[in-house]
Structures are given as C-alpha cells and as structure tokens.
Design a protein around this ligand. Sequence first.
Ligand SMILES: [Zn+2]
Length: 278
Amino acid sequence: MRGWWQDFTDLVLPADCGGCGRARTALCEPCRKALYGAVPRRVRPLTVPPGLPVVHAAAPYADAARAVLLAHKERGALVLAGALGEALARAVRVGVHTGVRTGTGAGAGARAGEPLLLVPVPSARGATAARGHDPVRRIALVASRALRRDGVRARMLPVLRQRRAVVDQAGLDARARLVNMEGALDVVPGGERLLATGRAVLVDDLMTTGASLAEAARALRAVEPAQSAARATGAERRGGPGSSAPGCAGTGAGSGAFHRTLAAVVAASPDSFEINRN
Ligand SMILES: [Zn+2]
C-alpha cells in the first residue's frame, strides 16, 4: 500500500520505477517488458458492445502495466509517456499489419501509403481538469512520433469531443458504461475533412468493457457520408475520380472506410486477451 507521502515524493523527486517502485529508474527493464515486451494481441471484452471495432492491445491491464498506466494518468508521471506511447505504437502497427494480411481492417489503406490518423478517445472533461493533463492525447502524440520514426506516415488527430457530460467510466459496470457513453461523442466541426486525409485508428490507454471505443467508432461512422464527399472533392482536385495521385488509396478508400475502423490500446482487461473466443 502506497502512502500519500510516496505519491507526493513521486512528483518532486526523480521517480522510482513506475511499474514496481525499484529505485533510480523511471521504468526498469522487467516492467518495460511487461508493458511492451510481447507481441500486441487482438482483444475482445467478454461481452462485445455493438459497433466495437477490431482492437489490439500491447499488454494485459495487470501488475506493472497497470501501475505504469495509473502513475501516468492519475499521478502525472509524465516521464512514462514515452514507454506508453511506444506500447501504443506497437499495438497500432500490429493491428494495421493484421489488416493487410487478412484484407480487412485499416491495413489496405496503410499499404497504399495512406497516413494513419491516431484519433484519441476523449476523457471525461472533469477527469482531464482534475488530472491537469490529458493522458490519452499525450500517449497518442508519442505513439505517432514512434510510428513516424519507423517510417510509417502517422499523426495524431484529436477530432473527437464530448457533446454532453459523461461521468468517469471507472467505477461503472459494463451496462452503466454503455448508457454513460451512448451518443456522448461527436466529431468536431471540419473534422470529417481531416479524417478524409488518411485512415483513422482509434486509440485509448485502456479498454475494459469497450463502451468508449464503440461510441467513438459510432461517432466516426456518423460523419462517414461527409467524409466520403470530402474524399471525392479531394480526388477531383487531384485530377478526377480515377486519379492515382499519392494519398488517394485508389481502392476502397471512399465509402465503407469506417466499417473497417481499427482501434489500439496500451492495455486491456486480462480476460479480453483470451482469444480462443476468436
Ligand atoms: Zn519496475
């Protein structure tokens, strides 16, 4: 059990390991391995909410991975954003590559050189204010940098927002989470044009019931017609619908793109990793 004094010293002194508390290192090697030492896997909650996209996660939400996520999110241990962003980037990469291999998912767009747009799931406004930072956005930004470093065209695109108040999902059961999130998100004005410039990958720090990701995917689908129109306009500008200009994926880039929306998270409930339910 951590004392308040320990939380306090974390903020003012060089941090001990965010995963296990080992001295004089922000994140020790075993904890780093727990966070992103394994190949990210496809995850599914026990009860899959309607509209949940294909989700990949870097680590089960337990032990060191859980401690690191909480230290970053709730205690402002921003030094951990690097490792969390790296974990998220790996989950994005595996999700996209899996899509290429199976002909589903966002992979087709990525193969055509279309940029990946990492769209963070917004946190409850009150939670962001209380924490003094937006952990998911920070992790998404680091992840997009990690992807670019590896030659993947990627950027963070924070186009989702809350259109009504929601309560923090922590402490709600699966059913209450769905109700809490239903219709809670939308795309900011003009966001559909930005979404037309690449392939959206929803990103979050944690998936438990999948309610937030399902709602985020719904919000993206809601602007799909506007996005298709924006793509078509862009294609015309580049020389007609048949244009093979870079950035226009050529096949399947228009309608239906969001039916193949992907999502990636740093961590997911351990039971969601049991993909014998595949
Ligand atoms: Zn450690």
